[in-house]
Design a protein around this ligand. Structure first.
Ligand SMILES: C/C=C/C(=O)SCCNC(=O)CCNC(=O)[C@H](O)C(C)(C)COP(=O)(O)OP(=O)(O)OC[C@H]1O[C@@H](n2cnc3c(N)ncnc32)[C@H](O)[C@@H]1OP(=O)(O)O
Ligand SMILES: NC(=O)C1=CN([C@@H]2O[C@H](COP(=O)(O)OP(=O)(O)OC[C@H]3O[C@@H](n4cnc5c(N)ncnc54)[C@H](OP(=O)(O)O)[C@@H]3O)[C@@H](O)[C@H]2O)C=CC1
Length: 445
């Protein structure tokens, strides 16, 4: 891999130079193993430890197919989907690989006894397959994680609706937590020049998801002045949702679980912040029974912070624990938009508050290429910033995933893949200097 890294670091290598670089037969990648999917059987979710299930393996280079690209990965990031993969919940991701493998001769490549995970990358294109014209070896890129086949008419209005829609590195193999990744070329986007490799790799998945869920007309279609309730406002998704709300002239009401996280939200510019731990909300009296008085206490706190107004849009992802409260505190005609259920996917809410007050629940999942492109463009223009806190080496990915699983992190956790150290890959230092404080806001806290 050294000659690849040297070419990238030289900044002088041409497209032809990159195209002529010999590719290795194998490379290092973070994997889960098919024969270990039962290793945590009987343990509580919290006790399933990604450090035990994530391996760093030497794996063979996959064959390059039409419309695809092989990318040298300089840096990646940990997403919660990699936590799900590593604890084999809600189901083992090998079932996704087996299903994908049944689709065609080419997709059979993905059905292996190991799963290379990871749904973000920043790096350099090494090779492109037949039919790829928009990208060439040597291009510095980030990759979004939408993988689609687009053979059906269903996906041609909004590619997220393709019946063969998958999340790369979660429902496909050859993901980004590795030295080399295999992507479809329509996952590629230009790497923002003012960011280092690890900063550029951090926003991708969560930034695109938050963009669709909150801003896009496919999601909540946020507008100026909206009161937006953001759960986990300093976490992966929430740290971008908060920035979108502020940049779009809305009013974020940020929910977090510690004074440090509340401070980060304030430093981003949010004024209304709720520390759910300090307030001691108990939306569930026991495993089966919610407590509407606690929804009301939460709603009163929101009214206190907004001058008496209720929520136009709830940015939901904790799921079971918070969903009843989210539906309750939404104003008449308002929207609850959800993309996940971290605390449990069987939600319960009082439907009277939904139908009588004409509220809507919108399901949202990742983003189409255009939405991911628009979200990346905002990063490239310095309107939205990475929220990278801590950076680990590829060897330490298990610990990185453990931090996210245990909610010990802030914003995003990065992983260096081929990049030998942090801070490399900046091509526009002048622009970087203009945004340095914002870029570093989450670092080392
Ligand atoms: C970007 C980052 C994102 C995230 O982080 S998201 C968070 C992580 N992701 C998750 O937690 C989601 C993980 N995935 C899942 O839990 C499962 O993946 C799903 C629940 C989403 C789907 O379940 P499944 O069993 O995999 O697929 P089925 O579509 O339900 O198909 C199973 C069989 O059921 C049949 N079926 C589907 N709908 C119907 C229907 N309406 N009526 C009758 N049958 C139906 C199908 O055809 C198929 O059948 P046949 O097994 O024979 O192929
Ligand atoms: N469908 C999609 O396209 C996507 C789905 N997801 C899913 O969204 C979820 C969140 O992802 P991400 O933001 O990256 O994860 P993070 O862990 O980085 O952030 C989530 C935040 O939510 C808060 N939170 C967690 N549990 C609860 C709870 N029980 N009640 C209230 N708040 C809670 C925590 O903040 P605090 O403790 O400060 O309150 C936490 O920091 C995951 O389940 C992930 O799989 C993520 C991206 C895309």
């Amino acid at each position: 891999m050294k000659h690849i890294l040297d070419a990238i670091q030289s900044q002088a290598a041409t497209t032809e130079d990159f195209a002529a670089l010999p590719l290795p037969d194998s490379y290092r990648a973070v994997t889960v193993h098919k024969d270990e999917t039962e290793m945590f059987a009987g343990l509580a979710t919290r006790d399933k430890d990604p450090r035990k299930s994530l391996h760093l393996d030497q794996v063979p280079l996959p064959e390059l197919g039409p419309g695809e690209a092989l990318v040298a990965v300089m840096a990646s990031s940990v997403n919660y989907n990699s936590v799900w993969t590593s604890i084999f919940e809600p189901l083992s991701t090998f079932s996704f690989l087996e299903r994908y493998g049944r689709l065609s001769e080419l997709t059979k490549r993905h059905d292996l006894p190991y799963h290379i995970i990871g749904s973000d990358l920043a790096g350099v294109v090494l090779r492109t397959g037949p039919g790829v014209n928009a990208w060439k070896p040597g291009d510095e890129v980030v990759a979004h994680c939408l993988s689609v086949e687009l053979e059906s008419s269903d996906g041609h209005n909004d590619t997220m609706l393709d019946p063969e829609q998958r999340i790369w590195g979660f429902e496909t193999n050859f993901g980004g937590l590795a030295e080399i990744a295999l992507v479809k070329s329509n996952q590629l986007m230009p790497k923002p020049g003012h960011l280092s490799w690890e900063e550029a790799a951090a926003p991708g998945l969560v930034n695109s998801t938050a963009y669709r869920q909150l801003v896009s007309r496919n999601g909540a279609g946020m507008k100026q002045g909206d009161n937006v309730l953001i759960w986990g406002a300093s976490g992966g998704l929430g740290s971008y949702a908060t920035q979108f709300a502020l940049a779009g002239g809305a009013n974020p009401i940020c929910v977090v679980s510690s004074p440090e996280k509340a401070d980060i939200c304030r430093s981003m510019g949010a004024e209304a912040v709720i520390d759910r731990n300090a307030e001691g909300y108990k939306f569930w009296k026991d495993e089966q029974t919610q407590d509407p008085r606690e929804w009301k206490r939460f709603g009163s706190k929101i009214r206190e912070l907004t001058g008496g107004e209720d929520i136009d849009i709830v940015f939901e992802h904790p799921g079971r624990e918070t969903f009843g409260a989210s539906v309750y505190v939404t104003r008449k005609g308002g929207t609850i938009t959800t993309c996940a259920s971290t605390s449990g996917y069987m939600h319960e809410y009082d439907n009277r508050y939904l139908w009588m007050s004409l509220k809507r629940i919108i399901g949202s999942h990742f983003a189409n290429y255009r939405e991911a492109w628009e979200a990346n463009r905002l990063i490239a223009k310095g309107k939205i910033h990475p929220t990278l806190s801590k950076v680990y080496s590829l060897e330490e990915t298990g610990q990185a995933a453990y931090d996210v699983h245990r909610n010990l992190h802030q914003g995003k956790v990065g992983v260096l893949c081929l990049a030998p150290e942090e801070g490399l890959g900046v091509r526009d230092p002048e622009m970087r200097a203009q945004h340095l404080d914002a870029i570093n806001r989450f670092r080392n806290i």
